[in-house]
Ligand binder design. Structure first.
Ligand code: ATP
Ligand code: MG
Length: 157
């Protein structure tokens, strides 16, 4: 049996890159399998709409929704471009499909858990640590994902 939709949550850390190697090892021989390399952009990391309105010098309390939407889209597109670069460097002769994706969510755990449900993910392969890797134990995102999804989670050092 093989996994059809593998999610690799990607935060640009070395651990997440190792996770992609493992996922490609698992899915590589199967053209029907798909690996999703997905970055969550926490909405708290996006510019505050009110501050943005000041910067844009609009007379409103908020910038027009289209400007805000455009900025959010470009942040997500940049994350996809970074993930796509990693995919191109890493995929070698893997037969499976590999796609880059990015979502905006209130937190990485929330974004990953929603993605698992909405994309029929049957395995998550993720780093045990991420960009904040100095402390010991398991990272807060991997811990949260382990608790909040019902599919198997493989954590990678
Ligand atoms: P902490 O964030 O608690 O300091 P940490 O950064 O060492 O700990 P985590 O944040 O749990 O560890 O990261 C573990 C894995 O979670 C990463 O290797 C990556 O696979 C995934 N991950 C973390 N943040 C994101 C994110 N914003 N988008 C997608 N995946 C992420
Ligand atoms: Mg982290």
């Amino acid at each position: 049996m093989y996994f059809k939709n593998i999610l690799v949550p990607y935060d640009e850390s070395e651990h997440a890159k190792s996770a992609l190697h493992i996922a490609l090892g698992l899915a590589g021989p199967y053209p029907e399998a798909k690996v999703h390399v997905m970055t969550v952009i926490p909405s708290s990391s996006l510019p505050d709409p009110t501050l943005m309105a000041n910067a844009l010098e609009t007379p409103y309390a908020m910038p027009d929704p289209e400007s805000y939407e455009r900025i959010m889209r470009s942040v997500a597109e940049n994350a996809c471009t970074d993930a796509q670069r990693l995919i191109d460097e890493t995929r070698d002769d893997a037969q499976c499909q590999v796609v880059a994706d990015a979502v905006i969510a209130t937190s990485p755990v929330e974004g990953i858990a929603d993605y698992v449900r909405s994309h029929d993910i049957d395995l998550v392969v993720m780093g045990r640590r991420g960009l904040g890797a100095l402390r010991g134990m398991i990272g807060s995102v991997s811990f949260g994902v382990l608790r909040s999804v019902d599919v198997p989670v493989l954590t990678v050092k």
